[in-house]
Every structure is written in structure tokens, then in C-alpha cells.
Ligand binder design. Structure first.
Ligand SMILES: CCCCCCC/C=C/C(=O)SCCNC(=O)CCNC(=O)[C@H](O)C(C)(C)COP(=O)(O)OP(=O)(O)OC[C@H]1O[C@@H](n2cnc3c(N)ncnc32)[C@H](O)[C@@H]1OP(=O)(O)O
Length: 717
């Protein structure tokens, strides 16, 4: 777990050996303590180098250990012992030195980094703080302001910047361990006093730094507590002697360590990694499915989605044919794609990559690409026509993907002569910014097609989740019910401001009505028309607030009919100062409209409290999550949670909807859903899902055990 050898007779080399990232699990800590003591004891050894095997210094403390009682030697005395040693200790940093890994390096007297290495204290992203002296040593090394920024954001710093900040002493393009060994030999005999960071004096931080940072964090963190504790710990470094600062660091860590937020964030970390190991109901899985390389891709449609997808592909170095039949749209799309790529180039001080895109109006130009992503608007007839043509034009082994957000992938696959090559690649707007990608497998999608889309997603820097084919897939299927509940709450007496305030207090970046104004009310209107819920396809024999046999709120349709489409028309659920305005203001006109609406339909407004807003909106979403798991559309709760955190603004420190259900308690969720279903029998989806009932019947097992209660995948392979 840590190997020891002697080099050149006098250099003690300690190599951390705990693949894949040399995390500091208890055996590793034990081994480091032992080997350091051995090197310090050995009279032949004059200096020590600490490195990591397999090109990685250290990924930090072993996060998996946090869930159980911590055993083995603690990090703090181990790092103190290194710093206090009388022989120079040099950290040779390759790959990463994160968290406890960097704290270990800060206890060494010198740090040499490979030029491609990255360092950082990302504990805050796990709901923690760097509690192995990081909050006290880093400010003494870099000054308070840079340390505060790094510790409160968890930002990763590339070696050249780390050198500028003083975090490392030297950056090398050569073999880092060899350079560190030579360096260690060269400093033997030099005084170590001023290399011990715990002994350094801190210069005064700029006035108001902590107050300003705290204010920014409170605005940005949406209720997350770890960044606040990080500020308090760094403030202790700036105001107290080292030892007292360490005590403060330890006490603050104790408040975070067992918090629900830390558990949620650590769950999120592993959930994000688990979705990469996808498996399908037919038994295919990532372990046995090989992806094909994509060298040339095509995007059809240069609306908002298409443009973002083109930019993402180009950023990943893939050559793209961008096809659009509408001349005006082609022109605008081209201008916007090039503008984004030029801005990228300016930012990175590099040449724009526009040469990778070829714009065209002709579908026939797509004959030689490896993969096509269709991103035209949501019209099944149009999409089918495109897929039929693609099936004839594209080379036989080209993958045909659709960016549909809700339509049936199997229906599209059926019009092609190669249904096994068809998958959904559902990007989220703006596609060059949003991290999430739903990879939708159809009935006939081959494992190779799914693997290729997942791999491509990874290459584009997306968090990709493989999901089954059903209306709305995972994200939008759940979202629909959440939006509907929000509209029902307005009918019953709430205002958009009240609903949004409750959701934002919960931690969403934006309340649902602000989101709707931002994306445009016409988006949902089009979907509802397509589904026959409004417009020409409606069965008008039903009462006005019932459609297709259940409760329906026409509120959003009525706003659309008035032309109130959100930000772009300056009115929607809120009022904006001008079309395209961003700053929502309560709209008295909308409030009067709600009063008239209620009176027209004989609805009596009542006071609705925040708990009801949250339960109605979130528990209906969670209930649908259980249905999705039961249907096998998502393979585990982590998939649902990753989708909500990365695509729908669910606060990361609350883990995701399924994790939240586990935290709240499954019996409570069940009981509240039963209550609301009884109160609203005309809303079928409030009826608790059979899976939720099954879990409660089985004693509400923790989320990590839920997969055992899902229908087992069966192999058709
Ligand atoms: C009272 C207690 C006091 C304790 C004081 C503690 C103070 C210190 C705290 C910490 O150090 S917290 C940890 C801080 N470190 C991090 O947050 C780093 C997390 N890891 C990463 O960012 C990345 O994994 C990586 C290191 C950059 C590598 O990325 P890469 O893309 O190459 O691989 P991944 O797929 O992400 O990871 C591979 C594999 O390794 C697992 N893993 C990664 N880091 C850790 C870790 N720190 N602990 C445990 N496991 C880790 C990861 O889950 C993957 O596992 P599998 O999915 O393959 O099983």
C-alpha cells in the first residue's frame, strides 16, 4: 500500500500504491507512517521523496471509508510528523494531488510537479473541508485570498498555475520522480525551518475579504453549508496561531462530517461514476460492449439545440457537417456557431476550430459520416422523413441518432433499414454548456450503438446516462408531473412567486415558473398540442379542466394564446422590462388573471404553505422516479439522481430526488402521497408507485439496496 526503497544509497523513496488513484485508505496511512519513520530512523538516508505509483500522486482520503467508522492512523499527526522531520521530504506530484493528497504534499518541505499534473482541495464538493491541515497550511503558502478561493470552490489547478501561486516549487516535463530525487539530494543540509508551513506567519488579508466571500457564497451556494465552514476555517488561519487554527478546522469538520449534505454529495460523486457502468434490460452492459470511434459526425438542424451540439463536437476535435434546409436558419446558425468558437479561441489563446465544421443545405453531403445527430424540432412526421432518407444516404455502418426530448425512438428506428444503429442522444439546452446527455436505447439498439453514444458523450465532456425509451424518457417524464403540480397550485391559490420561492429555498437554481419563462412557454404548448391535450386534437365534450380522463390545467395554454410566452415576449409567469429581459418581476396582471380564472371555474383560493408546495411538486416527481425504476427505464436510482442534478438544477447537496426520498424516509413519502392522492383522486400519478410500497413493506432499505428490489435484467444476447 506504500512501498519503500533506497535510491542512490541516501534517498528514501516512498511510493503510494493503492490503485486506481492511491487514495489514503487506512492501510495506506499506516504504511506511509511506518515508511516515513523508517526513513527518518535510517542513518544512511539523508532525504526522502514521496510519490505515487502509476502516474498518480494521490486522489485524497478514501471517500468510501467516510461511510464507516474511521480506523487506522489519522492524517493530521502523520502529516505533522513529516513536516517536523529533520530530513528534507520532497513530494513528486504526477497526475493529481487532491484533497488529503495535496495536504500530504503541503506537509512535505518541497513539491515538484509534472507539467500535466493538477492539484486542488475539492473537499467542499463532497460537503467537507480540507481537515488535514489544508485550510491552515495553504493560506500560509499562497496568501489568504487565493487559498480562500481554491478551498471554497474546490477548483482544480493545473501545474503551471500552481507554480505561479507558489503551491509547487518546480514544474518539470521530465520524469518527476527522478527530478525530485535530484532536487532532494541538492537540498540536504539546508535549514528546514522556513519550509515548515505551520511555522510561517500570514500576511494580513485584504479588508472585507471574508465578509465579501461569505456574501457571495450565501448567494451562490443555495443552502450548501460546507463552503461557509471553509470560509470560517480559512479565517481561523488568518487570525489564530497554527495550533488554534487546526483545532478550529477539526471542530468545523466534525459538524460537516456526518451531515446529510456531506452524505448527499459523496453519494453524488459515486453515482456520477456508477452511471458510466451502464447496463440494459437485455443483459448488455458497458463491460462487454465496444464503442466505435467517431471521426466525422453530422448534425441536422441548426436551431438552438443543433448549434450547441455542433459546438460540443468541434470542441472535442470531431469534424462536423452541419446541415440545415432553411437558408435563413443556416445563415444565423453558422454565424452563432462561429462566434462561440471564436470566443473559445480567444479564451484559450488558440486558433478558432471553425475549419472543423462544414455547413450545408444538402442531406446528400452526409453520405460519409460515422454518426448523425438529428436535431430538428419535435415533429414526428418530419423526423421520420429525415430518418428514412438518412437510412438510404448514409454509409451502412453509420449510427443514426435523434436529439428528440420525448418522441418514440423505436418509431424512428422502424422507418430505417438499420434499427440496431438508431439511438437517442438527448442533449439539454444550451447543449454546449449543459453537462447532461440521456442516451436512449430503443428495442433494437445494438450494444455497440449504445456504447458509441455513451463514449461520444464522455468525449464531449458530458455526464451520460443510458435510459430506456418511453415518452419523455427519464428527465422530462418526471418533469411533466412536477410542472403540472405547480400549475395546479396556482389554480388552488398560490402565485408563481410563492411556488418559486419555496423551490429556490430548497436549493433549485431557479423556480419552475422562472425556468418556464426562460425556455419559453410555447415549448410545452407545442408538446401538449402534439399530445392532444390542447388545440385541435382536444375532445371538447370533457369539462374544461379535464383532459383525457384526468385533471388538467389550461393556465399555460391561456397565457400562450395571449402571446405571453415568457422572457422573449416580456410577459409570461412574470413581467420583464423588455422582450429578452432577464429580471423577473411579479406581474399584477398575471395575479388578476389568476383571480378571474379561479372565479370563472368556481375555484376558492386557499393559503398554501411551503411544505405543501415542496411535497406536491417533489413527491410527485419522486413517485414517477419509482415508476421509472419499476418499468426498467432507468437501471438504478443513481441514474435518476444524476439526471436531475446535472440536467434539471436539483441541488447537488441534496443528492437527487431518489436520494432525497431516502433521506426524508420512504414511509413519509408514501404517507404524503396517499394523502394527496386521496385529496386529488383525479390526478392518477399521485397514487403511490408499487415499487415505493414494496420498499416500505420491506422495511425501507437504504438506497444502495434498492436495486435488489427491481426486476432483474434478462439476457437476450
Ligand atoms: C474525521 C476524518 C478526517 C479526515 C480528513 C480528511 C481530509 C481529506 C479529505 C479528502 O481528501 S476527501 C477526497 C478529496 N479528493 C477528491 O475529491 C478526488 C476525487 N476523485 C477525483 O476527482 C477523480 O476520481 C480523479 C482522482 C481525478 C481521477 O479521475 P478519473 O476520471 O481518472 O477516474 P474516476 O473514474 O473518477 O475514478 C476512478 C475510481 O477511483 C475511485 N476514486 C477516485 N477518487 C477516490 C477517493 N478519493 N476515494 C475513493 N475512491 C476514489 C472512483 O470512485 C472510481 O472508482 P470506480 O468507479 O472505478 O469503482
Amino acid at each position: 500500500m506504500a512501498k519503500y526503497s533506497r535510491l542512490h544509497g541516501s534517498v528514501g523513496l516512498i511510493s503510494l500504491a493503492n490503485p486506481p488513484v492511491n487514495a489514503l485508505s487506512s492501510v495506506v496511512r499506516h504504511a506511509i507512517s511506518e515508511k516515513v519513520a523508517k526513513a527518518f530512523r535510517d542513518p544512511e538516508v539523508t532525504c526522502v521523496v514521496i510519490c505515487g505509483e502509476n502516474g498518480v500522486f494521490c486522489g485524497g482520503a478514501d471517500i468510501r471509508e467516510f461511510a464507516s467508522t474511521m480506523r487506522g492512523p489519522p492524517l493530521v499527526p502523520m502529516i505533522d510528523a513529516i513536516e517536523e522531520g529533520e530530513k528534507p521530504v520532497v513530494a513528486a506530484i504526477e497526475g493529481v494531488a487532491f484533497g488529503g493528497g495535496l495536504e500530504l504534499a503541503l506537509g512535505c518541505h518541497y513539491r515538484i510537479a509534472h507539467y500535466k499534473a493538477r492539484v486542488g482541495l475539492p473537499e467542499v464538493t463532497l460537503g467537507l473541508l480540507p481537515a488535514a491541515g489544508g485550510t491552515q497550511r495553504l493560506p500560509r503558502l499562497t496568501g489568504v485570498a487565493p487559498a480562500l478561493q481554491l478551498i471554497t470552490t474546490g477548483r482544480h489547478v493545473a501545474a503551471p498555475e500552481a507554480l505561479k501561486l507558489g503551491i509547487v516549487d518546480q514544474v518539470t516535463e521530465q520524469n518527476t520522480v527522478e527530478v525530485a530525487v535530484q532536487f532532494a539530494k541538492s537540498v540536504v543540509g539546508q535549514a528546514l525551518h522556513n519550509r515548515r508551513l505551520s511555522l510561517r506567519q500570514l500576511s494580513c488579508p485584504p479588508d472585507g475579504l471574508f465578509e465579501e466571500t461569505m456574501a457571495q457564497i450565501k448567494q451562490r451556494a443555495r443552502g450548501a453549508v460546507a463552503p461557509i465552514a471553509c470560509v470560517q476555517a480559512v479565517k481561523a488561519a488568518a487570525t489564530l496561531p497554527f495550533k488554534a487554527g487546526m483545532d478550529k478546522e477539526r471542530d468545523l469538520m466534525a459538524t460537516l462530517f456526518n451531515s446529510g449534505q456531506a452524505k448527499a454529495l459523496q453519494y453524488s460523486f459515486f453515482a456520477q461514476r456508477s452511471v458510466a457502468k451502464w447496463n440494459l434490460p437485455n443483459g448488455a452492459h458497458s463491460g462487454i460492449s465496444k464503442a466505435r470511434a467517431v471521426h466525422r459526425a453530422a448534425v441536422i438542424g441548426l436551431g438552438t439545440m443543433g448549434r450547441g451540439i455542433v459546438v460540443s463536437l468541434v470542441r472535442a476535435g470531431i469534424s462536423v457537417i452541419a446541415m440545415e434546409t432553411n437558408e435563413k436558419q443556416l445563415h444565423t446558425g453558422k454565424k452563432m456557431v462561429i462566434a462561440i468558437l471564436e470566443k473559445d479561441a480567444q479564451k484559450h489563446n488558440a486558433a478558432p476550430r471553425a475549419d472543423l465544421v462544414h455547413f450545408t443545405e444538402r442531406l446528400s453531403d452526409l453520405s460519409n459520416v460515422d454518426l448523425v445527430i438529428e436535431a430538428v424540432y419535435e415533429d414526428m412526421v418530419l423526423k421520420k422523413d429525415i430518418f428514412k432518407q438518412l437510412s438510404m444516404i448514409c454509409k451502412p455502418d453509420a449510427f443514426l441518432c435523434t436529439n428528440t426530448s420525448a418522441l418514440n425512438v423505436d418509431e424512428l428506428a422502424a422507418v430505417t433499414g438499420r434499427p440496431e444503429m438508431v439511438v437517442g442522444m438527448h442533449f439539454f439546452a444550451p447543449a454546449h454548456v449543459m453537462k447532461l446527455l440521456e442516451v436512449v436505447y430503443g428495442q433494437h439498439s445494438s450494444p455497440e450503438a449504445v456504447a458509441t453514444a455513451m463514449q461520444l458523450g464522455k468525449r464531449l465532456g458530458k455526464v451520460s446516462v443510458a435510459v430506456g425509451n418511453c415518452p419523455g424518457f427519464v428527465g422530462n417524464r418526471m418533469m411533466k408531473l412536477y410542472v403540472e403540480q405547480a400549475h395546479f397550485l396556482l389554480e388552488e391559490g398560490a402565485t408563481p412567486e410563492q411556488v418559486d420561492e419555496a423551490l429556490e429555498e430548497f436549493g433549485f437554481a431557479m423556480g419552475i415558473f422562472k425556468v418556464s419563462d426562460l425556455s419559453g412557454l410555447d415549448v410545452g404548448w407545442r408538446v401538449r398540442k402534439e399530445a392532444g391535450l390542447t388545440g385541435a386534437g382536444v375532445d371538447w365534450k370533457e369539462p374544461p379542466r379535464r383532459r383525457q380522463g384526468r385533471r388538467y390545467s389550461p393556465l399555460a395554454d391561456l397565457l400562450c394564446e395571449k402571446g405571453h410566452l415568457g422572457q422573449k415576449t416580456s410577459r409570461g409567469w412574470y413581467l420583464y422590462e423588455k422582450p429578452g429581459g432577464r429580471d423577473p418581476k411579479p406581474d399584477q396582471g398575471l395575479h388578476s388573471f389568476l383571480v378571474e380564472y379561479r372565479s370563472k371555474y368556481g375555484l376558492k383560493a386557499r393559503r398554501i404553505d411551503k411544505d405543501e408546495v415542496l411535497e406536491r411538486c417533489l413527491f410527485s416527481l419522486i413517485n414517477e422516479g419509482f415508476c421509472i425504476l419499476d418499468d426498467g427505464i432507468a437501471s438504478g436510482p443513481e441514474d435518476v439522481d444524476v439526471i436531475y442534478v446535472h440536467g434539471y438544477g436539483w441541488p447537488r447537496h441534496r443528492g437527487g430526488p431518489m436520494f432525497y426520498a431516502d433521506m426524508v424516509g420512504l414511509s413519509k413519502v408514501l404517507e404524503r402521497l396517499e394523502f394527496y392522492h386521496q385529496a386529488h383522486p383525479d390526478v392518477p400519478y399521485l397514487k403511490p408507485s408499487p415499487l415505493l410500497r414494496k420498499l416500505v413493506r420491506n422495511g425501507s432499505p437504504p438506497i444502495r439496496e434498492w436495486r435488489e428490489f427491481l426486476k432483474r435484467p434478462h439476457s437476450h444476447l
